[in-house]
Design a protein around this ligand. Sequence first.
Ligand code: PRP
Length: 210
Amino acid sequence: MKMLNVALPKGRLGEKVYDMFEKAGFACPSIKENNRKLIFENEQVGVRYFWVKPSDVAIYVERGSADVGVAGKDILDEYKPDVYELLDMKMGKCDMCVAAKADFKDDRSRTLTVATKFTNIAKAHYASLGRDIDIIHLNGSIEIAPILGLSDVIVDIVETGTTLKENNLVVVERFMPISARLIANKANFKFKSERIEKLMSSLAIQTEQK
Ligand code: PRP
């Protein structure tokens, strides 16, 4: 049997995703053992899982190291990897937002400074509004930028809103709903279409039951 290679996003979302893959017939019990291993394989079923950083899943899939994986719509929109997007998993839901200090007022006569990890998404959003911006690319802890006066606003994902609240920031605008997507490598999909389609239809049934 051809081995199906799966890139899972490390963390709680990835564990839920694994449970769904297990129900779809791709069990790999050793993955539940608590250790620091990153690759798990079940030869009988013909599946190999890798734990990777959530923002790297699409890279493994695009390059073909993984046949399939689960990645957030935020990453797919930001980096536009050349992969098939097969299914909305209806989990890992959050929103791409503009946030700022509560007293922020947009002065349209000035260039707006925007701190974000999602440079392309932020540029496209403000281009659609015809607003001039200056982008400051950060890699994390974006919420600090407006507090220290590094930027006027941030563009970032908001899930529960706790991070914003604890840092005295407010949502100015929610402009893009996000959820996790099943993605596949384009060439590998052809060779393993039967297995990937079986996986996809089982996952689709499971997401509908949610
Ligand atoms: C994301 C995002 C926010 C937080 C939002 O950060 O950048 O900081 O989650 O979640 P909340 O609305 O539930 O508080 P992530 O955990 O991905 O870490 P990082 O951006 O600092 O890398």
